[in-house]
Every structure is written in structure tokens, then in C-alpha cells.
Ligand binder design. Structure first.
Ligand SMILES: Cc1cc2nc3c(=O)[nH]c(=O)nc-3n(C[C@H](O)[C@H](O)[C@H](O)COP(=O)(O)OP(=O)(O)OC[C@H]3O[C@@H](n4cnc5c(N)ncnc54)[C@H](O)[C@@H]3O)c2cc1C
Length: 139
């Protein structure tokens, strides 16, 4: 007989995180979302790609520009190969397929929801990122 173990109301950050772990644990569940799945509030400005983030990092801290960008399939392959090796050496797997994937999604945020619902404007994301780098460097 078909049954659900869990019903999650809300597909925001918490609901989607719970869904991730429920699936990993093999539980049957459903997530109800009345709006747009995963949409959330951010006050950090507009979308920045990883390359743009690195550009701010280079300009702010005077680092040498990144010259080699692996295509995504190669980066995933590298992550898959290095993670078990790092674990074998007793290191945390700071390079893995999950880390590579998160590099493509983590910074695709936007303050559109907060701006449109609250009728306010926030400073651009690259300014927030630059200020974070400066405060970390001077801490
Ligand atoms: C104005 C504002 C700005 C913020 N800025 C930042 C920021 O810059 N950086 C940061 O890290 N955090 C920020 N936060 C905090 C961040 O948005 C929250 O911590 C995060 O969204 C909480 O995730 P959540 O899943 O608990 O809730 P939510 O993201 O609110 O998700 C809950 C979901 O449940 C859905 N829902 C509710 N009731 C029902 C129902 N009856 N049926 C179906 N679906 C339903 C909603 O539509 C929503 O999608 C901000 C929050 C606010 C309010």
C-alpha cells in the first residue's frame, strides 16, 4: 500500500534541506509549496556568477587572475576523483562533486523577492562581497 512518511509544508530553504535528508534516508515524503520552490529573501543584491565573484576577489585583494577554468564535466570528474583520495589521507573532502556542484548554484541569488515585496532597493552583490573580503583581510 502506498503511504507517505512525511508531509513537508513549504519548499523554502528549510523544506528543501529536510527533503534532501529524507531522500537520503529513504523516507517517502512530499513537499507542498504555495509559491515558487526555493525562492527566498536576500538582501544582497543581484546575481553574480562564480567568475564575477572571483573578479571582485582579484580586484579587491590584488590577486593574480584565474587563467584556467575547467569545463563543468572536467571539474565534476576532478571532484569525484579527489574526494576519496582526500578521505583516504584522513582529510575532509573539500573538493568533491558536491563542492563543484555548489560552486555553480551557491551564488545564483537575487534580492528580487525582497525588493518587489517590500518596495526597497539593496546595494549590488559585488559591493557586499568586496566589503566582506576587505573586513576579513583586515580582521
Ligand atoms: C526580508 C528578509 C531578508 C532576508 N535576507 C537574507 C539574506 O540576505 N541572507 C540570508 O542568509 N538570509 C536572509 N533572510 C533569511 C532567510 O530568507 C530565511 O532564513 C530563510 O528563508 C528561512 O527559510 P525557511 O525555509 O525556514 O522559510 P522560507 O524561506 O520562508 O520558506 C517557507 C516556504 O513555505 C511556503 N509556505 C508557507 N505556508 C505554506 C502553505 N500553507 N502551503 C504551502 N507552502 C507554504 C512559503 O511560500 C515559503 O516558500 C531574509 C529574510 C527576510 C524576511
Amino acid at each position: 500500500m502506498n503511504h507517505l512518511d512525511v508531509v513537508v509544508i513549504g519548499g523554502g530553504q528549510a523544506g528543501l534541506s529536510i527533503g534532501y535528508y529524507l531522500r537520503a534516508a529513504g523516507w517517502k515524503f512530499v513537499i507542498f509549496e504555495r509559491g515558487r520552490v526555493g525562492e527566498t529573501y536576500f538582501l544582497a543584491g543581484h546575481r553574480l556568477t562564480l567568475r564575477q565573484l572571483m573578479g571582485v576577489w582579484e580586484a579587491t585583494l590584488g590577486r593574480r587572475p584565474v587563467r584556467l577554468w575547467l569545463p563543468r564535466p572536467l571539474a565534476l570528474l576532478q571532484g569525484a576523483a579527489l574526494a576519496p583520495l582526500l578521505r583516504l589521507l584522513g582529510q575532509p573532502a573539500f573538493i568533491s562533486t558536491e563542492v563543484v556542484r555548489s560552486g555553480y548554484v551557491s551564488f545564483q541569488y537575487s534580492s528580487h523577492k525582497a525588493e518587489s515585496e517590500m518596495d526597497v532597493r539593496f546595494r549590488p552583490a559585488h559591493e557586499a562581497w568586496r566589503d566582506t573580503l576587505v573586513s576579513e583581510a583586515t580582521a
